[in-house]
Design a protein around this ligand. Structure first.
Ligand code: ATP
Ligand code: AH0
Length: 360
């Protein structure tokens, strides 16, 4: 196997609509794949972009087509600035996730906008994008796609946990890579803090001052979702239809609400870790935690209290840019025509190499 390096710009726009993450990364293949993050940048969306992306699901066909083109050009402008600011002189290609507008795999469609043709034209670079459509066509969920990156680039960890809006995990269960959503996390905490005028509970300081309401906690833990087998996933509806109605039965202070929900998330996460550990016959599972929840010191402390696992909080670059990095890696796999979608994770009829290439 020839040694090879790829210099890639990865672009990711998450469902929370906070902005675009850009990463410039060197991915190398010697005996195994490895990576080095060279530059990073997060761009917060302006109110205008946030609005257009948020409302796009109800746009007419024409308006949505225009948004796809405009957003591709916008991504191109961000990349041109990023290249200029960092004097980047070598880019093999741009790997772009785009922004998800529709995701309905049971009806055979998913849509990530951000026209690859426009992105390629604006930057003069090769672009690999649209990573989910082929998986949906093959009968898969089109998500999650990061587990293959966890498996190959983060193989030193037994359990790759992301605490974003929802907490999700991927790990090898002895025969397959599996992945599933564990429970809601920041999405609920942020709903509570925003009612009090804060974006989020920095380091979990407010929650740490509250008390756990045991009766409420018991009701949350008894939700049917936690008994289901994986693969399983959660959406905003679960928060609205299952979590919030239980909270509304209790009259709690702001601190106690946060404290009880942190306990719920931390204990569900710890149960998942402990279950994986029992699969492995291992005392000490090595757990990597990324996503904004990795910065919630109180939540992390509670997870540590409830497991024997070795918890690793990586550098800020990995916490914030792992998804953009992994889409860059999915691009490298596509460029080699290697598998970048795992049927064990998405449910597609086979493993496959997904993504569409534009090269002006
Ligand atoms: N210093 C901090 N202390 C506590 N919580 C934090 C801190 N920084 C970020 N967070 C939490 O992390 C959230 C952002 O996390 P992240 O970017 O992983 O979410 P996301 O993009 O919505 O995730 P996903 O799309 O994976 O569900 C913030 O909204 C906040 O709740
Ligand atoms: C359709 C879509 O955009 N799904 C996202 C979303 O955001 C988090 C979760 O839901 C995950 O399934 C997925 O993204 C990650 C990066 C993935 O595919 O692995």
């Amino acid at each position: 196997m020839m040694n090879k390096n790829w210099y890639v710009i990865g672009l990711m726009s998450g469902t929370s609509l906070d902005g675009v993450d850009l990463v410039y990364v060197k991915i190398s293949r010697n005996k195994a794949y490895d990576f080095e993050i060279l530059e990073t940048k997060s761009i917060n969306y302006s109110e205008i972009w946030k609005n257009r992306l948020q409302k796009a699901f109800s746009f007419s066909g024409e308006k949505l087509t225009r948004l796809d083109a405009d957003y591709g050009i916008y991504l191109g402008e961000l990349v041109v600035d990023f290249i200029g600011e960092n004097n980047i002189d070598k880019v093999d290609f741009i790997a772009s996730h785009g922004h998800t507008i529709f995701h309905n795999p049971s009806q055979n469609y998913t849509l990530q906008i951000g026209s690859g043709a426009h992105l390629s034209t604006k930057t003069g670079k090769k672009v690999i994008c649209d990573f989910r459509t082929q998986d949906v066509a093959l009968g898969g969920q089109g998500a999650p796609l990061v587990p293959i990156g966890d498996q190959i680039l983060f193989s030193e960890y037994d359990f790759c946990l992301n605490i974003g809006g929802f907490a999700n995990v991927s790990y090898d269960n002895g025969s397959d890579r599996i992945a599933y959503d564990i429970c809601p996390a920041n999405i609920v905490l942020n709903l509570f803090t925003r009612l009090e005028g804060f974006d989020y509970d920095d380091k979990g300081k407010i929650a740490s001052k509250g008390a756990v309401n045991k009766e409420l906690l018991k009701k949350l833990d008894a939700l049917e979702f936690y008994l289901q087998d994986q693969p399983k996933s959660l959406g905003y509806e679960y928060v609205i239809e299952s979590i919030l109605p239980i909270f509304s039965e209790f009259d709690l202070s702001f601190e106690d609400r946060l404290r009880t929900f942190v306990e719920h998330s931390a204990s569900q996460i710890a149960s998942s870790i402990n279950e994986a550990a029992s699969n492995f016959d291992e005392e000490e599972l090595k757990v990597l935690i990324t996503g904004g929840g990795a910065l919630n010191d109180f939540m992390i402390q509670r997870i540590k209290d409830l497991t024997n696992a070795q918890i690793v909080i990586p550098s800020r670059d990995i916490i914030d840019f792992k998804e953009a990095l992994l889409f860059a890696f999915l691009g490298v796999l596509k460029d080699q025509d290697e598998v970048n979608c795992l049927s064990s994770v998405t449910g597609a009829i086979k493993d496959h190499s997904s993504g569409v290439i534009y090269n002006v």
